[in-house]
Design a binder for this molecule. Sequence first.
Ligand SMILES: [Fe+2]
Length: 280
Amino acid sequence: MADETPIPNESEDFSKSAYAKYAEQEDIDPRCIPIKLDGDVPEHEAITYPDYPAHDHETWKTLYSRQAGQLPGRACEEYLEGMRLLGLQPDHLPALRDISLTLDEMVGWRIARIPGLLDTNDFFSFMARAHFPSTDYIRQPHELEYTPAPDCFHDIFGHMPTLTNPFFSSFFQYFAQTFLRVSDPKEIRQLERFYWFTVEFGLINTPEGRRIYGAGILSSPKEVLHSLSDAVEVIDFTPERLGTQEYEVWHLQPILFAIESFEQLESEFRAWAQFKGWDR
Ligand SMILES: [Fe+2]
């Protein structure tokens, strides 16, 4: 895809309006149509390792080396430590089963292997019981710069390292449980924005400077550099403010929010949810 062509960011988006934007494209990619599961999927130790063709490992290798090279001094320490703890290797696709075993031991989270983009309720139902739904297929070689569909590079490289942080994983599970309790469309939209500006596009202030923890940034070469540049207006994290901020799926993010710690992310989201009556 040419550089000047607006592209959606490399992350899930749950809003109907965003899907409508996909649908407006001339040739909607079937991988971008949410799936409603009609049965169980393999979880944890039951997940088998696919017989990946060599070009899939090459794709992982290319994406990994490009992204990992950008992350020291840009990604937060909790994420970089999570990379080490999960033992992600640069030269071959990891096994979801192995990651699941490590996460389970560390923070009580497990992996569920899913076939693609999930229906919103299915997606959050997994996370509400501390299961991260992940694909095990990787984008095609011609999609190195961008894929509109979920793939395991975004799921594994973008999301899973930060899950090793107990405050983040606790927040994540509580967020999902909260999301499933909310039915008002305006409140769902607030939660979608919250998810976007934290889980996918979150920044964190540290004594060493501002760092990245959002998976949508960490798995996107353009967003990593852009998110820490002067082109972005960074706003202090407050849940209420964040819940009102619209986001742009098809361009680099002009506005981002910075938390002070994962403890703050968890405690302030819980307080907001209680204030809104979403905890019951
Ligand atoms: Fe994501």
